[in-house]
Design a protein around this ligand. Sequence first.
Ligand code: AMP
Length: 559
Amino acid sequence: MEKVDSTRKKNEKVAIFASFLQRLSERELPLVCYYATGQPFSETSGKKVQFGWSSFTNVVHQLTNRTNADLRGFYRENADFGSLIEFALVKRKPQPKALETYFGQADKTELTIEGINEYLTNIASYKGKGSLKAKKNQLLQLLRHSSPLEAKYIARIITSDTRTGFRGGLLLDAIASAFGRKNKTVRYAYMVLSDVGEVALVAKDHKIDLLAIKPRIFQPLRSMLATKAESIEDALNTYKNLICEPKIDGFRAQFHIGRKECRLYSRNLEDVTHAFPEILTSLPERLRKELAPSILDGEVVALVDGRPVFFQDLLTRIQRKRDIQISVESTPCYYYVFDILFHHDKSLLNSPLKARKALLQTLIPDLPHIIKMEYYVLEKDVDIQTQLQKAIQNGSEGLMLKDPTSNYQAGKRGKGWLKLKVTLPTLDLAIVGAEWGHGRRTGWLSNYHLAAKDRQEFEVIGKTFKGLTDTEFGQLTEQLQELEIAKEPYGISVQPKIVVEVEFDNIQESSKYPSGMALRFARIKRIRNDKNVDEVDTIETVRKLYQEQLQRQKRADKT
Ligand code: AMP
């Protein structure tokens, strides 16, 4: 990775890594692919290492005899965990004699890829009481076997830091180059399998036709995403005719129907079956057996008096893991099916949407908690505005406009689907700092520093304490403290991990922030636990919105 990082040229990065991948055994290959993207395990495995700043630095302190203040200082200079650890190990102070005896001499046998995996698997396996101590101990042992340079990358993997300069796309190209495959076919395999390690293994096996790989039951695919339609005219000009559905504000979920059981997966590939028992039990056994194996795509929505309730309630259910029955009674959830991706061993990804919709109509009857999403096929001259108003009146966010001829592009924000909303645009931003509240908000971290992404960095473009409930302030305070990097005069700076969707009145020019822009009257619409920091909007998007706003103002001034 150090060699990959040493060049900025994409082709060189790919070539260096491809030749490394060729030398690996079948056991090492998938592991290296996860590590290269800054992940300890496959995203579909559901396994997590979970280390907060304080536990991690505690271990580094034990290893290096450096104080917390030293470590925070190093972090400020290096701005990532990996470099912090490398630096701290290089600058370690001798341990007191007693501690050296307690830890014993570090075993200097070479650290292998499989050896690292063993440690990480152990760390992820500890649960419940006493688990933190056991985890810290394993991490300590792992780092004691590592050189400072190895420790740098291990730390990045454990904290899922994506700064390795080798994100998914480039890695897929390296896999293609290593095993003489076309980039396009490797990307296709990744869309279907969602597991970069497995993709490397199948790419290596020349008996396998990558384009013939089918979705697999209980292995979630990445969801197809929609592009923002700038206007109704934009949507009409894009397609000849279109399938129009309400865009309901819920939680994206893939429904996998097996012969013996069903599972629901989030957009982040997380298994969320436990959270929605009313949806699972709504599918009668006989029908389940008839449908199996099938994969459906849809949106989970909580309805009260027939109207969708705030999306945050759904996320609370997923996190809570207990007392779900109470929520089932107060805010029952429904699965609105809008697509089918796999049925009876046949991949439907390359079938046109029109055909997938037709199949859905024949297969799925309306059930108490599973409902087929209503849709209309609109011709060019039909009034989308009327449909839009109707959807809004029924509590939807807007419309989804889909090309009937489009195939299912897993993981892509293609032109096949457009989303049309009437509300002002929102931005997904990362929280990078927080201030302690005053008055009613005393005791909470309640004024959040919101940042957009500028390449690998995060740039603050606004602050807000508006939009959250007291419970959410409480939850965020706990989460943010776990992510604390340093105490600041205003409060704390934190690792960018929490994503929030932010509404605002407009964007202003401002000398306060390096981007030269600031959000006016920002407020948090919701916490996006379903998104990760890779999905945060970029400074470029903010700039584009600003330009659009200027155009609108100019037009308004003229009229
Ligand atoms: P956004 O999160 O704003 O990018 O919008 C895309 C999301 O809208 C999808 O991931 C779904 O969760 C949601 N959605 C709501 N209704 C639909 C629909 N009819 N078709 C597809 N996605 C929908």
